[in-house]
Design a protein around this ligand. Structure first.
Ligand code: G6P
Length: 605
């Protein structure tokens, strides 16, 4: 949540800052600000609303300062407003912050000489640093003293008009990356801001503070002891973060799934030999054979990917038990995990605060953790014992689409690796491998052959305010993910339900203000789901059925998707749901890529 940028070099800082804020806007977009320093004088600009509002201010009054920091916000403490926007100021100090300072009330009560103007916890931290920043103290030391008293999460960048040749950054639970250029140093809370500027970066660890200068950086811990910083190469290309002719990132990301899924599968599955190989698990065959239980955690779409994968995993691995939990719930439960458990930690961004905290709770119990992560180098990816990078490329649109498909595929591959290590019969695992190999092309068919029809169907349902999604077995989590997609971007209230449960409550909702999305695949449960459909029909429902079956279905609208897949058909149907949600949101005139009240990566609780 929120985006941080910073620059110190020999060109006007505001160029990188503004460009970076636009790139990070998907992480928060209710207000934004930058401050630059020139000749010991700071120029501060802040605006409520999207970064474009800040653009308007900057174009009127630009600054040549070659050092500066910026921020795009997703409000936690204090409503979106200019005064609550970052950078926050106290004396000579300006600060941008991601995270939450939990003890800000106590700290504020002590800071009697500071006149607070905002409602933010960030201003409290700024004033606290300022309270230590007397004439004999260097900025970095004032920052360290303040952080020693701070409880909570933070990624911060701080500058002072008194010491304009440095930016001090620090992190605890909220990502911060330092880009190393030639005579220039860049700060970003997300690698996408650095692309095109430098591919060399230092990922700051929790508890570290760095002084960033034009010609290098010094990293210390909170006891001021030097820490050696490892410079890593970032591998994201510019195209990956551009719309490339699509109207929205969301449509681009839905459409690129055949390619991104191929990257997920590449070099890992082999239909000929019937084998699956995963390089980063860091587990011996003996450890894999010993697995008896898998616990899967995630939030939002990552959780639904875990839920869908759990149906496959218990089918693929004989005798395996599985549970799936919202990370935000499990982290506070007094949970026990059976021996020989492996935890799968699913996260697109690798930064979600609840997922990270839950990972740490699981690690305390001595359980092996594997990440199913998209963002390379992210905090969760660095803290797990091993894992599978899903390689779906940067996901910019707030609603997650391509990550879901790749995460599910990655977890299925993990199941296949366990099964094959435990000596499963190839005839049981090969169908999955064959279907995984065929999946990218089958998804491509949905995008190419059905998109127009789906866009037209979407216009018919765009004026409803309630929707009920239902399916059975693997289609139940698929229905929940479909409902989540619709509610996130169209603001239509949508619930995903197990088809068999409709009669236990939700069917009471059916009336003309609702439409229902029924998911069916032609398998042993087809007739049962058809019965649920009939029950809804009989009560005057407005059903949009999505199916891989060619059989005639009684429903207001039916989308027959021709696919040769059977086991993995839910992932094909899900792409149709993604397109449906997209076109409904477009028809309603919504901001598809940056829906209201949401942010791409929730790094606060
Ligand atoms: C936010 C996003 C969702 C995402 C969830 C989990 O709520 O808006 O799209 O599914 O976080 O994010 P993660 O990065 O952990 O997968």
């Amino acid at each position: 949540m929120c985006g941080i940028v910073g620059y110190i070099g020999d060109t006007p800082a505001q160029d990188y800052l503004m460009n970076g804020l636009h790139r990070l806007e998907y992480r928060g977009y209710d207000s934004a600000g930058i401050v630059t320093i020139e000749n010991n004088t700071a120029t501060l600009h802040r605006a409520k609303g999207k970064v474009v509002e800040l653009d308007k201010l900057i174009s009127e009054k630009s600054s040549n300062g070659t050092v500066g920091i910026g921020h795009t916000r997703c409000a936690t403490h204090g409503e979106p407003s200019e005064v609550n926007a970052h950078p926050q100021q106290s004396g000579d100090i300006y600060l941008v912050h991601n995270g939450i300072i939990e003890n800000y009330r106590e700290l504020k009560a002590e800071l009697k000489s500071h006149e607070f103007v905002s409602e933010t916890d960030t201003e409290v931290l700024t004033a606290l640093i300022d309270s230590f920043y007397d004439a004999d103290t260097q900025l970095v030391d004032a920052v360290i003293q303040a952080l020693q008293l701070t409880v909570g999460t933070y990624g911060i960048a701080v500058i002072s008009s008194r010491e304009p040749d440095q930016i001090v950054v620090a992190r605890s639970g909220s990502p911060l990356i330092i880009g190393v250029g030639e005579g220039e140093t860049y700060i970003a809370s997300d690698a996408s801001a650095l692309i095109g500027h430098t591919d060399q970066a230092v990922y700051l660890n929790d508890g570290e503070v760095a002084v960033c200068r034009r010609d290098g950086i010094d990293v210390v811990d909170l006891a001021s002891r030097p820490v050696s910083a490892k410079v890593e190469t970032i591998e994201i290309d510019m195209q990956a973060i551009q719309k490339q002719g699509f109207d929205h990132f969301l449509l681009k990301e839905i459409s690129e799934q055949p390619r991104t899924l191929r990257s997920t599968l590449s070099g890992r599955i082999d239909v000929k030999s019937g084998l699956v190989k995963l390089g980063g698990l860091n587990m011996t065959d003996e450890e894999l054979r010993a697995i008896e239980h898998i616990t899967i955690i995630g939030c939002g779409t990552a959780y639904y990917a875990g839920l869908l994968a759990s149906y496959y995993l218990e089918h693929i691995v004989d005798g395996l038990t599985i549970d799936v939990a919202f990370a935000s719930e499990l982290r506070y439960r007094s949970f026990h995990l059976p021996k020989n458990t492996v935890a799968l930690v699913v996260s697109q961004s690798g930064e979600t605060a609840d997922t990270l905290a839950c990972l740490r709770e699981i690690k305390k119990r001595g359980v092996k953790t594997l990440g199913i992560i998209n963002a390379v180098g992210s905090t969760i990816a660095r803290e797990v014992d091993g894992g599978i990078y899903v390689h779906a490329g940067p996901e910019i649109s707030v609603a997650s689409t391509k990550a879901f498909t790749s995460q599910t595929a990655a977890m299925i591959m993990f199941g296949l690796v366990i099964a094959q290590t435990k000596g499963a019969d190839a005839k049981d695992t090969l169908p999955y491998i064959q279907e995984l190999a065929a999946l990218p092309a089958e998804i491509e068919k949905v995008i190419t052959n059905y998109q127009k029809q789906i866009a037209e169907i979407a216009t018919r349902y765009a004026d409803y305010n309630h929707a009920l999604y239902f399916g059975r077995d693997t289609l139940y989590p698929t229905a929940m993910e479909g409902a989540l997609k619709l509610k996130e971007i169209s603001y239509i209230q949508a619930e995903g339900y197990a088809a068999g449960e409709l009669k236990h409550g939700p069917i009471a909702l059916v009336d003309d203000s609702f439409f229902e999305v029924g998911l069916l695949i032609d398998n042993w449960l087809y007739d049962k789901t058809l019965s649920s459909l009939s029950e809804v029909n009989a009560r005057g429902g407005h059903i949009f059925a999505i199916t891989n079956s060619a059989k005639k279905i009684e429903a207001e609208t039916v989308l027959h998707i021709d696919t040769k897949l059977d086991l993995l058909a839910p992932l094909v149907l899900n792409v149709a749901q993604q397109l449906f949600a997209y076109y409904v949101a477009v028809a309603r005139g919504n901001d598809v890529d940056q829906p209201r009240n949401l942010a791409k990566s929730v790094t606060v609780e």
